[in-house]
Design a binder for this molecule. Structure first.
Ligand code: OSB
Ligand code: MG
Length: 386
């Protein structure tokens, strides 16, 4: 057993298996400060399902990172609520006790629905870590007390002038790298413009959210001239070999997001030459514990990772910042400050300091939602016993 495996086992064993008394499903709607447009659609409001797990001695929170419609991946918020209520919770009710580290195995017979499972695992992990008095960051293996931050900029209604205004404002805020969303018809021209205005030294990358095919090689040949740090998910989730063909052709690294669903899949994509940098999102891979395994698998292949985002509230953001503090998170993440998204966050806000966010140090995720504000933004709340 490697030292890492030993450490992981020791961490898992520190958590005492527990009963789950209840799970609160709370759907909240948080207005975004500005609409966020990607190749798959525009979000005006972050409608998000929060889970509160109650165990003897503690409560814990998790966030389902799905979009309202199945447009980023096949998961969506109401589908996640359904699968959690009708398929996940009955399997938990059928066993005496659970622990966050055993949840994935218990739920393995249920195919997919990784974001739904990840949220429940996070809520249980948060509760168990509060009982144990340990922070999530420590539990996952964090080696930093603050993480460098980038920002993901949506496709602006006002075209290139508005895009340049936004880039300027985020650089003034202190963000350490800029990611531009692209789609067919909004790609080479805006990225070239930003390069010319802000110079060759600006750390710049693009994210296509699966919007292209191998018929679009001319676009990627042109982007390849612009000195980008990476091109994120140009093709569809299932198109691993197409990504490998593109990666072979370009100097710019290809970074997969949507395509990477677990650690084994990350290894496949790396060995096939489809990705040389990996975007890690805990929801997409079924939880923070699998996210650590993706991180480790990439490290073993000398592939750097960075922490992606799904417009999380302070709950998911707290956990993302803890994850991003692991050693192979070598690039700034989409872990932006609360104010980049919301006028008011559900927790104490995350504030950018010198381009970084501080890693929470309290037990569990180290943040709690404000109950009064939660009530104000709640669209629907139900408590289910297990
Ligand atoms: O592909 O990284 C993505 C937001 C929602 C869904 C998918 C993605 C994104 C982002 C924003 O790029 C990341 C963030 O700031 O949370
Ligand atoms: Mg992405």
């Amino acid at each position: 057993m490697s030292r890492y495996d030993e450490a992981a086992r020791a961490a898992a064993e520190a958590l005492v298996p527990t009963v789950i008394e209840s799970v609160e499903f709370r759907k909240v709607a948080l207005p975004l400060r500005s609409p966020f447009r990607t190749s798959f659609g525009t979000q005006h409001v972050r409608e998000v399902l929060l889970l509160k797990v109650t165990i003897p001695g503690a409560e814990g929170w998790g966030e389902v990172v799905t979009t309202a419609a199945p447009v980023y991946s096949s998961e969506y918020t109401d589908g996640a609520a359904h699968v959690l209520e009708h398929h996940v919770l009955p399997r938990i009710g059928a066993v005496e006790t659970v622990t966050a580290h055993g949840l994935a195995e218990l739920l393995r017979p249920l195919r997919g629905h990784r974001m739904a499972k990840a949220a429940l695992e996070l809520a249980l992990l948060d509760a168990q870590l509060r009982v144990a008095g340990e922070s999530l960051a420590t539990h996952l293996g964090a080696v930093r007390d603050r993480v460098p931050c980038g920002v993901s900029i949506g496709i602006p209604a006002g075209g290139i002038p508005q895009l340049e205004e936004q880039v300027r404002a985020y650089l003034e805020d202190g963000y350490l790298r800029i990611k531009l969303k692209i789609e067919p018809g909004f790609d080479v021209a805006p990225v070239t413009a930003v390069r010319e205005t802000f110079g060759r030294d600006l750390p710049l990358q693009v994210d296509a959210n699966s919007a292209y095919t191998l018929d679009d090689l001319a676009v990627f040949d042109a982007l390849d001239e612009l000195g980008l740090g990476l091109i994120e998910q140009p093709f569809g989730e299932e198109r691993i070999l197409d990504h490998a063909r593109l990666a072979e052709r370009l100097d710019t690294p290809i970074c997969l997001d949507e395509s990477i669903l677990d650690a084994a899949g990350a290894i496949d994509a790396i060995e096939l030459g489809a990705t040389s940098i990996v975007n890690v999102k805990a929801g997409r891979v079924g939880g923070y514990l699998e996210a650590v395994r993706v991180h480790d698998a990439c490290a073993a292949h000398d592939v750097p990772v960075w922490c992606g985002g799904m417009l999380e509230t302070g709950i998911g953001r707290a956990a993302n910042v803890a994850l991003a503090a692991l050693p192979n998170f070598q690039l700034p993440g989409d872990t932006s400050a609360s104010t980049r998204y919301f006028a008011e966050d559900v927790t104490e806000p995350f504030v950018l300091e010198d381009g970084h966010l501080a890693v929470p140090t309290g037990p569990g995720i180290g943040r709690e939602p404000d109950p009064r504000f939660l009530e104000q933004i709640t669209v629907d709340v139900r408590t289910l016993t297990v």
